[in-house]
Design a protein around this ligand. Structure first.
Ligand code: URA
Length: 211
């Protein structure tokens, strides 16, 4: 299967992303921009959702077949902690979506991802899933989170981030060629501490005002 990468190049997304990158952007502004961006990203990541039809009575006429989303339930899965910054905006657009959380840290000895939190809705195999994390850096935690939900039956998965590195895209696609990737940009690459350049810094720290 040919791996899929969609770069969401909408001008509003690109403009807001530049504001987000700016080191002078305050925590409050950062959070707000991230929420606005996540609405726009959610719009793009759901662009191909299948529609069905149902009858509806407008004040003026009966419509026998008005478009409506097909039944399969959407589920957003946030990779802690920065993934949570994308949830609010996405839930504004799709309030009925279910939400799961995956927490992973990298073991300093083995460098393997270790799970410290995992809570997801039941019947993942019946859901259309969007895994979210603003930054796809090495791609290791994203790939590990997707492997974890696949073990619970998830099949219809897409991955949404804001900034990706070329290394992250390659590593993620090597492990999960079946999972389409969506991002607003693919940046230059990683520095020696696995931060994305030029990137926007540590998304979690900027979002929560920590260091
Ligand atoms: N996580 C971040 O928050 N920023 C990066 O640049 C890389 C990983």
């Amino acid at each position: 299967m040919e791996p899929s990468l969609t770069v969401i190049s909408h001008p509003l997304v690109q403009h807001k992303l530049t504001l987000l990158r700016d080191r002078a952007t305050s925590t409050a502004k950062f959070r707000n921009l991230l929420r606005e961006l996540s609405v726009l990203l959610a719009y793009e990541v759901t662009r191909d959702l299948p529609l069905t039809a149902r009858p509806v009575d407008t004040p003026l006429a009966h419509m026998p077949a008005a478009p409506t989303l097909e039944g399969k339930k959407l589920c957003f899965i946030s990779i802690l902690r920065a993934g949570n910054g994308l949830l609010d905006g996405m839930l504004e657009l799709i309030p009925a979506a279910r939400v799961g959380h995956v927490g992973l840290y990298r073991d300093p000895q083995t460098l393997e991802p270790v799970e410290y939190y995992y809570k997801v809705p039941a019947a993942l195999d019946e859901r259309r899933i969007v895994v979210v994390d603003p930054m796809l850096a090495t791609g290791h935690s994203a790939a590990a989170a997707v492997s974890r939900i696949k073990r619970d039956g998830a099949r219809d998965i897409r991955f949404l981030c804001l900034v990706a590195s070329p290394e992250g895209v390659e590593a993620f696609h090597a492990e999960h060629p079946d999972v389409p990737l969506f991002t607003a940009v693919v940046d230059e690459g990683l520095n020696e501490k696995a931060y994305i350049l030029p990137g926007l810094g540590d998304a979690g720290d900027r979002m929560y005002g920590t260091k």
